[in-house]
Design a protein around this ligand. Structure first.
Ligand SMILES: O=C(O)C(=O)C[C@]1(C(=O)O)C=C[C@@H](O)C=C1
Length: 370
């Protein structure tokens, strides 16, 4: 009986092998077609990245799948295939806040897949400078967290460097307390980036009330410190555990579940319209009563959905601010174009930071112990 079953498994595995061979042959064919399109686009001087076409591919596949193959898996398989095909047309290097295994690195790999090259930078400023100078094609930077709000150093860099936003990615963040031994008793200091320290504030107060915290440049840097010093604990990503050979002390120490960070992909040129896009502006208000109201009225009159507004002080100009505005739609959409033209005439400063495909949204945050 057992050997009958064994035979059956062998024959079903033969079927799987035959399918895998077909998938591989088809992947090779797909790659060569993508390269052919790349050459055609070169001759027409067209951008390689076509977000609208990519979205149409996902929509069609998800529709035809009729929920038989798990949807998230299907999306990530095709994401890896499409990014690999796209990168075969033009290679991309992506700068991120390093060292290796930071959440920015993780977000970069999720966005660009495994075929891109990644370059670790020391600070967010360095990521912007690298892209502005054209030394790397893209950069990925955290811009806001669903619990802690804006990442000010990123917003301030938009005021300093000439780059465009090319995309956004959302990463659900789960924090791990890690150290060399895996024993909480060995931890005399907890190091991490200031944002994760803030996102785990209540947990740290409850479980390690007398242990000081040490803010450092990145979660990767904290993990590196923990790897070098047995008395340092780090709050870091699951990728950092593997990269720096650390032990998990406690998993999931964030104060809120669903804790999500939004990242922006920066480059030199925003992509064309995907049909589901976001447009970001940086504006300064005229010094007159009702200036902000005028802006909001334009958006409301044009039926533009304002997704986010955030102000930042202008360095060296006391009590003067610039505003970051995110709207739903692409600058190629008539409504957005018209709205932007009107805003330009009403603002003391106006800069289009880019239009780019919207990331999929995730479920809302909830307290960790609910
Ligand atoms: O259809 C194209 O324009 C392609 O270049 C091919 C392809 C793909 O792999 O499907 C790759 C890159 C583009 O962003 C869109 C789609």
């Amino acid at each position: 009986m057992q050997s009958e079953q064994k035979k059956e498994i062998v024959s079903v595995r033969d079927n799987i092998d035959a399918i895998d061979d077909q998938i591989l042959e088809l992947l090779k064919k797909r790659l060569s077609f993508a390269k052919e399109i790349g050459k055609l686009k070169d001759s027409e001087k067209r951008a390689k990245w076509d977000p609208l076409r990519e979205r149409q591919i996902y929509d069609r596949l998800l529709r035809d799948n009729s929920q038989i193959f798990p949807e998230d898996a299907l999306k990530s398989i095709f994401h890896e295939i499409i990014t690999t095909c796209r990168l075969s047309q033009k290679k991309a290097v992506v700068a991120f806040l390093g060292p290796e295994a930071t959440f920015s690195h993780l977000a970069g790999v999720e966005y660009f897949g495994h075929s891109a090259d990644y370059k670790a930078m020391e600070t967010i400023d360095d990521v912007f400078a690298e892209v502005e100078k054209g030394r790397t094609r893209y950069g990925i930077v955290p811009v806001e967290n669903s619990i802690e709000g804006a990442v000010f150093s990123t917003l301030d860099c938009f005021m300093k460097y000439k780059v465009q936003i090319c995309g956004e990615a959302q990463l659900e963040i789960s924090h791990n307390l890690v150290c060399r031994s895996g024993n909480i008793e060995d931890i005399q200091t907890v190091a991490s980036h200031s944002q994760p320290l803030a996102q785990c504030r209540q947990w740290l107060r409850k479980h390690l009330p007398s242990v000081p915290t040490l803010p450092v440049f990145s979660t990767g840097a904290a993990a590196q410190m923990a790897a070098n010093n047995p008395n340092i604990g780090a709050i870091a990503s699951s990728l950092a555990i593997k990269t720096y050979q650390l032990q998990v002390v406690v998993q999931g120490i964030e104060d809120y579940r669903g804790n999500t960070t939004r990242f922006l992909v920066i480059g030199k040129k925003s992509p064309s319209r995907s049909g589901l896009d976001r447009t970001s502006l940086l504006i300064g208000l005229m010094d007159r009563p009702g200036a902000l109201n005028e802006i909001l009225t334009v958006l409301s009159d044009e039926g533009i959905n304002l997704a986010k507004i955030e102000s930042r002080p202008i360095k060296g100009k006391r009590w003067k601010y610039l505003f970051f505005l995110d709207m739903l739609g692409h600058i190629e959409d008539e409504k957005i174009q018209r709205g932007c033209d009107l805003l330009k005439s009403l603002c003391s400063y106006y800069e289009w930071l880019g239009s780019y495909p919207q990331a999929e949204s995730s479920p809302p945050d909830s307290p960790a112990d609910s």
